[in-house]
Design a protein around this ligand. Structure first.
Ligand code: GRE
Ligand code: ZN
Length: 321
């Protein structure tokens, strides 16, 4: 295991599916079927064999999109608690290979902060992951601010993951192309637009002024935001806009991961904007296989110190692994 020069490999956006949770999610909202479903639901055999074969030491497990974000409000808290308990049992079987991010019952905002505390304090989880909007509401909504407060108090990060966009967005932006290019709605583009928007809205909301030690993680090398940071920052500083340094907040509160974006130029841009201390390795298994991610990070042109931070050091610090 590990890389060829012995560096431990921690991958932090690695998905699974809980069949009992999936039963509560509408079929068109589920992000996979067939072979993908088999891989998502396999936790121990094919998954660990592929980790062994490619050198991934630890997967920080998270549910696939949309996780618990589209549950009915009345049952969200209960279904989410049961899902998190089962995830704890999975990690407990292989604590040497797995850690976990909590699912939060966002359809019932008042239940989220306490579930985060329970997951961190009692189940040993390392943070939480949110998948897109909750019944049309972004996570920067003030109803979710207690989660930012709690994450800061607990010292754990909140990972903003994509989900398939709202129907109105799909119809207006993508509809004529979806039949021939279904991935346009997810990793091909729709995911990126929605999650970059979520990241920007979190900065604009002011929640990170109130909870300045709260850490936010974005996957896919920051959903394009490092590349656009200068332009966003410059435009939002023009007269007529409220006073806010977008760059300052983004650089202080955000970390990004390499999930599903194994691009040398995109990584170089991200390091130039954010620094190697803010970049964490991840694959996005099983939507993306481990091998291309591991091949890429092995050969990418970085000094050994920065590579070690990206492969494990930053994750150990941010997730307290
Ligand atoms: C992902 O995490 O990358 C993902 C999903 C669901 C569908 C497609 C996809 O979670 O790429
Ligand atoms: Zn993912």
């Amino acid at each position: 295991m590990a890389t060829s020069n012995g560096e431990q490999v921690i991958a932090i956006e690695e998905h699974y599916w809980d069949p009992e949770l999936t039963a509560h999610v509408a079929e068109e909202d589920r992000g996979g079927s067939g072979v993908m479903q088999t891989k998502l639901e396999d936790l121990f055999d094919a998954r660990i064999a592929e980790m062994d074969a490619t050198g991934v030491d630890i997967q920080v497990l998270s549910h696939g999109a949309p996780s618990t974000q589209r549950l009915e409000p009345a049952t969200a808290a209960e279904v989410t608690r049961a899902t998190n308990d089962r995830l704890r049992d999975i990690v407990a079987q292989r604590p040497d290979r797995f850690a976990a991010f909590a699912n939060l019952p966002t359809p019932d905002p008042d239940a989220c902060a306490d579930e985060l505390s329970r997951c961190v304090n009692e189940l040993g989880f390392k943070g939480a992951m949110i998948h897109g909007l909750t019944h049309g509401v972004f996570f920067d909504d003030e109803r979710f601010w207690p989660v930012f407060e709690r994450a800061q108090a607990l010292g754990v990060p909140l990972y903003m993951h994509p989900a398939v966009p709202n129907k109105t967005v799909v119809d207006t932006y993508y509809e004529p192309y979806v039949k021939d290019f279904p991935a346009l709605l997810n990793a091909g583009w729709g995911f990126t637009v929605e999650t970059a928007t979520q990241g920007i809205r979190i900065v604009l909301s002011g929640v990170l002024e109130k909870y300045p030690d709260c850490n936010i993680i974005l996957g896919h090398l920051g959903e394009g935001l490092p590349f656009l940071l200068w332009r966003i920052d410059h435009a939002l500083s023009r007269p007529g806009n409220k006073s806010l340094s977008f760059r300052e907040v983004f650089s202080r509160n955000f970390h990004i991961t390499t999930s599903g974006n194994f691009s040398d130029p995109a990584l170089m841009c991200s390091i130039a904007e954010m620094g190697a201390d803010r970049i964490l390795f991840s694959v996005d298994y099983p939507f993306v296989p481990n091998a291309p991610g591991m091949d890429w990070i092995e050969r990418v042109h970085l000094n050994a110190e920065d590579k070690a931070k990206i492969l494990n050091g930053n994750a150990k610090r941010l997730l307290k692994l």
